[in-house]
Design a protein around this ligand. Structure first.
Ligand SMILES: *Cc1c(COP(=O)(O)O)cnc(C)c1O
Length: 467
């Protein structure tokens, strides 16, 4: 490596440290406009080369006003998560090492960390030993992976080889989901050619949990033949959990041939905590599970995880033809057999590093802290100190999500805008049962009680100022 590259990497590391060093005190929102960013980053494709150091200097200077302080402690938008120090550093190294995590031969260490992290995760969540594990870009593609395995297996049982013969002429697959299904499941169904218009929905209760009586009715109505049932651990608005144990028992009793998939994008992490594990009781009885590393676990983006109980169905659904029929060595993990990708980033390093940094106890404590801080936020919003703000908490805060309403739709939206503009914290709006709501998601490893209290003050101030 030449001296210039070495200097660039060192100055970039210093820049990253400065950025993160200041993140807790800068406004959480971006300050730049699209036009401003285009002025700094746009223009015609340059004809001539530019020295790398100048490129990075420009990128830093011009991008920074357009960055949102997502890795900081007071970003509560969507369900996002930050980056644990070891996971971030491992992610830098992932780019530096530039391993191709497609096959073992292109980077044995990348393959082995996946193998190790996969076993740790199966242990942490209490999933069946020997389940297949794929490291995907996010939960969207984890759903795709799991439901590809489901499609394979339910059609195989019906005597149809979907990988060879496609879907034209195949038996129809029934798919039952909650009325509160996350949008990424219908999208996975769309990608898999199963038709998102063919989903049958199960009514949910006031917290967004699937109703067992409604599920029983849908199961009774479902045609015989291939059937997939999707359950949810962690509603994206309320954080509520479907009654997993009872729902799985019900499906197994009524339709033992059905495949059960669980969307546990962030809620699955409750299973890692002895105090919260009751929320996911029975989860190990499903057939596939999708979660994220980049939300609750605080791995940088590009971290979803798919688990499939039947590892054979998993690889037969995902492997290219040449791989599906070749006996691979079970000793060496070729990563492409578990995900809908070939060449790709070595995602296992960052996931491994996050789990190694925290350990079993650290994961549990981090998840429990997110929940305790969400509950502190909810309590503070209706405490005497919030008098006059007119806040109502709409959900039981069983996990890390808080839904807040400020009287009317208009007032709720106005308060959200005022909080976003203030910059102390950032949270997003959502719609719940037809109402505009403020949604607060506590999912960053570095958030403290002080961050919650500062954010509470900002929200209450915004509500009072809106009138
Ligand atoms: C975020 C989320 C997803 C999608 O995950 P991505 O990582 O964004 O693809 C799916 N389901 C639920 C419940 C989520 O919260």
């Amino acid at each position: 490596m030449d001296n210039d590259t070495s200097a660039l990497l060192r100055s970039t590391a210093a820049h990253a440290a400065d950025y993160l060093g200041g993140i807790a005190e800068r406004p959480v929102h971006a300050t730049a406009t699209r036009d401003g960013l285009l002025a700094g980053l746009g223009g015609a494709l340059p004809e001539d080369p530019t020295p790398a150091a100048d490129v990075i200097a420009q990128l830093v200077r011009e991008s920074e006003p357009g960055l949102v302080a997502i890795p900081g402690p007071r970003y509560f938008g969507f369900v996002i998560g930050g980056s644990l120090p070891a996971a971030l550093a491992a992610d830098w190294l992932t780019s530096t090492w530039d391993q191709n995590a497609g096959i073992y031969a292109c980077g044995p260490a990348a393959s082995v960390v996946e193998e190790v992290a996969a076993a740790w995760l199966i242990d942490l969540f209490g999933l069946p030993e020997g389940s297949g594990v794929g490291f995907t870009t996010g939960c969207q593609m984890a759903h795709f992976t799991c439901l590809a395995a489901a499609r394979h297996e339910v059609l195989r049982k019906a005597g149809w080889n979907v990988e060879e013969d496609g879907l034209a002429g195949a038996p129809r697959i029934g798919i039952i989901v909650s009325a509160e299904v996350h949008a990424t499941i219908p999208t996975a169904v769309q990608y898999l050619g199963l038709g998102r218009g063919r989903l049958t929905t199960v009514d949910a209760d006031e917290q967004g949990r699937q109703r067992l009586d409604a599920l029983a009715a849908r199961l009774a109505e479902a045609a015989q033949g291939p059937l997939i049932v999707c359950l949810q651990a962690g509603n994206v608005n309320t954080g509520s959990f479907d009654p997993l144990a009872d729902a799985i028992t019900l499906v197994r009793a009524q339709r033992p041939d059905a495949w059960i998939h669980v969307d546990g994008a962030f809620g699955m992490w409750a299973a890692a905590s002895p105090k919260l594990r009751h929320l996911t009781a029975g989860i190990g009885g499903a057939d596939s599970w999708a979660t994220d590393g980049h939300k609750a676990l605080n791995v940088p983006y590009d971290s979803g995880i798919a688990f499939v109980r039947d590892a054979g169905a998993h690889t037969r659904a995902l492997s290219p033809q040449s791989a599906a029929y070749i006996a691979y060595s079970d000793a060496e993990r070729d990563e492409f057999r578990w995900v809908p990708e070939y060449s790709r980033r070595a995602r296992g390093f960052a996931a491994w590093a996050a789990l190694r940094q925290l350990g079993r106890r650290g994961v549990a404590e981090m998840i429990e802290r997110q929940v305790a801080l969400a509950q502190r936020m909810a309590a503070g919003l209706v405490s005497p100190a919030a008098a006059g703000a007119g806040t109502v908490i709409l959900n039981d805060v069983v996990f890390n999500q808080v839904l807040v309403r400020f009287g009317t739709d208009d007032r709720t939206r106005a308060v959200i805008r005022a909080v976003q503009d203030d910059g102390t914290c950032w949270l997003s709006g959502s719609t719940w049962h037809g109402m505009a709501v403020m949604r607060i998601s506590v999912s960053n490893w570095s958030t403290t009680e002080d961050d919650i209290d500062r954010s509470l003050a900002a929200i209450i101030h915004a509500a009072r100022s809106v009138g």
